[in-house]
Design a protein around this ligand. Structure first.
Ligand code: NAD
Ligand code: MG
Length: 361
């Protein structure tokens, strides 16, 4: 088992990564708290696959368990569904010392986390992420939220978990599309922060694609380590945490134009990173060689083929709506080498249009 401690003072917690660890959920939680109640939040896709294993482990450790299932899908990450889970918590007489646990991907984790943040002004929250994206990204860092009809994640909080329990075996039932979506974020970590991790992905590309056990466990561990180091330095995104948005302003624009249907999030981030890299290349922040290395890793991992042929003006307009636009200025994260990125507050419209055109060629 690999344990990773996230140091955030009294909000510190441990991420535990191990094949088969779901069967030890109860034991892990009971070591951390005298609580006896767990409200397990999941969905009808994940719960039939892994619910039994988690519940029997919780029962074995003496917990009383209630289950709240929300429908599967990003559109259900909303206040209405959150209120239903809150109703469950009230019906269950969940005490202030009780636990809300999320078993599922980022949608379940974000919604359950928000409920945990507000129920009785905040109770303990345990993440049991089951998608690659949630294992390497959304379960770490304490951001929890639901969507508003007018925008993603508009209703949220910072609520750090009590523990994160990651079982890489759950990835075997994950679709190819969702797996690759997580890989898009994994590549990002290497690119912004850790050249040796980037090289690890280059050297193990086929094992990564085949989801080979030891490689995946290491990939998850190293990704979580990078994300948690960044979060430790900047818990509430006032500085360096912004680097995690590499590729996201372009990527969100592509997701929005296609109504979130054409690409997975990770694919859109990969496309966005290609455009951001071309912009960085033009500014002289990276060499042609570095650009080719980035493109090549995406290609061998099969997460990038081409930049879609939308009118660059349309992409730009969608980018302006991103919440990372501050006081009307476009703020972009740009690579400055493998393992390095910078925040650029002064990006001109023309540079963005040119970068998109080049990406489309
Ligand atoms: P998701 O939760 O929708 O999961 C994707 C699909 O996989 C769903 O249909 C789900 O039911 C299914 N699934 C989950 N685990 C499975 C398994 N082991 N086997 C088979 N199917 C499984 O999507 P996601 O990519 O995990 O998360 C996306 C969400 O995460 C978005 O709402 C995004 O805003 C959020 N997010 C949050 C943060 C954060 O810091 N809080 C960071 C990144 C993303
Ligand atoms: Mg992302």
């Amino acid at each position: 088992m690999q344990n990773l401690r996230v140091e955030l003072g009294e909000r510190s917690y441990t991420i535990s990564i191990e094949a088969g660890i779901l069967g030890r959920t109860g034991e892990i939680i009971s070591d951390l708290t005298p609580a006896r109640q767990v409200l397990l939040v999941s969905n009808p896709t994940v719960f039939p696959l892994y619910g039994d294993k988690v519940i029997s482990s919780l029962h074995k450790a003496g917990f009383e368990v209630e289950v709240a299932l929300m429908p599967d899908g990003e559109v259900y990450k909303n206040m209405e569904e959150a209120l239903k889970v809150l109703d469950k918590a009230v019906d269950f007489n969940l005490e202030r010392t009780g636990i809300i646990a999320a078993l599922g991907g980022g949608v379940v984790g974000d919604l359950a986390g928000l409920v945990a943040a507000v129920y009785q002004r905040g109770i303990n929250f345990v993440q049991i992420p089951t998608t690659l994206l949630s294992q390497v990204d959304s379960s770490v860092g304490g951001k929890v939220a639901v969507n508003h009809p007018r925008g993603k994640n508009l209703i949220g909080a910072f609520h750090q978990p009590l523990a994160v329990i990651i079982d890489p075996l759950t990835l075997h039932t994950l679709s190819e599309r969702e797996y690759k979506s997580g890989l898009g974020e994994v590549v990002k970590y290497g690119l912004i922060y850790d050249e040796s991790f980037f090289a690890f992905l280059e050297n193990n590309a086929s094992a990564v694609k085949e989801r080979r056990g030891e490689i995946i466990a290491e990939l998850i561990y190293r990704s979580c380590r990078i994300k948690s180091m960044i979060v430790e330095k900047d818990e509430k995104e006032q500085g360096i945490r912004a680097l995690l948005n590499l590729g996201h302003t372009f990527g969100h624009a592509l997701e929005k134009i296609t109504d979130y249907k054409a690409y997975s999030h990770g694919e859109a981030v990969a496309m966005g990173t290609v455009a951001a890299s071309l912009l960085a290349r033009e500014r002289g922040y990276i060499t042609e060689e570095v650009f080719k290395r980035i493109l090549n890793l995406y290609r061998i991992l099969d997460i990038y083929k081409e930049f879609p042929p939308f009118d660059p003006e349309v992409v730009y307009a969608a980018m302006l709506n991103d919440k990372k636009v501050m006081y009307g200025k476009m703020r972009l994260i740009l690579p400055a080498g493998i393992g390095q990125a910078v925040i650029a507050d002064d990006v001109e419209k023309e540079e963005i249009i040119r970068a998109i055109r080049r990406a489309q060629n």
